[in-house]
Design a protein around this ligand. Structure first.
Ligand code: SAH
Ligand code: SF4
Length: 349
């Protein structure tokens, strides 16, 4: 029988698996504490476990983690980690330090089928969905790169892929991240970002974590042009799903809005964005476009970005500009790639 991956099991799954192997269920808590809580990977160090049990562990479960191919560090402290996912493909996770937090941006799929026009990942069709152990593994491997006193404090599913296109693995990994015996992340520190798969958005509400929505267009015409998913679930349905999430959780939604020069960055767009979003308790995160080869889009000039933001502030929206992090190493939003060798040469800023 094939061994189950340890990193795919929630606490409940692990307790059941252990019972099935004739072991005590509470060992699950001890294992979560050692492996996730204490970041220990040497079974010999797990001193409250009997020697025989420790020796059996590798026979009971598969402890393989995704292989780290490369670690790139940006001048701004952002770290991009490239993982081998087989068949010449890779996924990337990004560690972003900011204001006392350390956020990991995780990938959920190899490529993405949503085909948003401005996104580098979207140019690489979906090759496969990641399994739970590959998502949890990004976190575990990244944690291992840190000095012992540092911890990852926040998780955002904003890397490669559409998390709601791979809900089973994504929500299982969220369960694992929240276990009090393991990483013990609170619900407020986990954010799922979606391009708007409306019927699956209640899963984010049920998991009781934060919701971010890639809005990017202020009316159905422009949004459908740059995000084909809008043809299937247009804006009004999307906004209603957001309102529902707010009602049920009491949270605000974060709307991500990519500024594309001459496409989404006019003052009229800022006004329309304010009007569109004011019926939803929300924050707006504006993201100046990050360039990548052959996208056909451009980043607006700094003055246009500032004017856009100021107009929203003037109108009373709660708006933040997402700081561009890791642009020199191609780690910024929408720049991640699946091909091991395809990443463009680093930019000089
Ligand atoms: N698939 C999910 C999660 C990825 S999040 C989603 O789309 O929500 C990636 C975020 O980066 C999205 O908000 C997307 O709109 C934005 N993005 C994509 N390409 C970008 C680029 N080239 N420059 C800036 N932001 C980009
Ligand atoms: Fe996929 Fe998100 Fe990129 Fe759209 S923006 S192609 S949904 S990863």
């Amino acid at each position: 029988m094939q061994k189950q991956s340890f990193f795919s099991l929630t606490m409940k799954d692990l307790a059941e698996a252990l019972k099935g192997l004739g072991k005590e269920g509470f060992r699950a808590q001890q294992l979560f504490r050692w492996i996730y809580g204490m970041n220990t990977h040497d079974f010999e160090k797990m001193t409250n476990l009997a020697k025989d049990f420790r020796a059996e562990l590798p026979k009971m479960f598969d402890f393989t983690l995704p292989e780290v191919l490369k670690v790139h560090k940006s001048v701004d402290g952002t770290t991009k980690i490239l993982f081998n996912v087989g068949a010449g493909k890779s996924v990337e996770a990004v560690l972003i330090p900011s204001r006392g937090r350390l956020t990991i941006c995780l990938s959920s799929e190899v490529g993405c089928n949503m085909a948003c026009k401005f996104c580098y990942t979207g140019k690489q069709k979906l090759q496969r969905k990641l399994e739970t152990w590959e998502i949890v593994g990004q976190f575990v491997q990244a944690s291992r790169l840190l000095p012992p006193e540092e911890r990852i404090t926040n998780v955002v599913f904003m890397g490669m892929g559409e998390p709601l296109d791979n809900p089973e693995a994504v929500f299982k990994s969220i369960d694992i991240f929240q276990s009090e015996w393991g990483f013990n992340l609170s619900r407020k520190r986990i954010t799922v970002s979606t391009s708007g798969i409306v019927p699956l958005m209640p899963l984010v509400t049920e998991a009781n974590v934060r919701l971010a929505v890639s809005l990017n267009g202020v009316n159905d015409q422009i949004r459908s042009e740059i995000m084909p998913i809008n043809k299937r679930w247009p804006l009004e349905e999307l906004l209603e799903a957001c309102r529902e999430h707010c009602r049920a959780t009491g949270d605000k939604v974060t709307f991500e809005y990519v500024l594309l020069k001459g496409v989404t960055d006019s003052l009229a767009d800022a006004k329309a964005l304010h009007k569109l979003t004011r019926s939803v308790p929300c924050k707006i995160n504006i993201i100046p476009f990050n360039e990548h080869p052959e996208s056909g889009f451009h980043r607006p000039d700094e003055s246009a970005i500032i004017q856009f933001q100021n107009e929203l502030i003037r109108l009373g929206s709660h708006v933040l500009r997402r700081k561009t992090m890791g642009r020199d190493i191609y780690a910024a939003c929408g720049q991640l790639t699946t091909a091991v060798k395809k990443a463009p040469a680093p930019l000089s800023l």
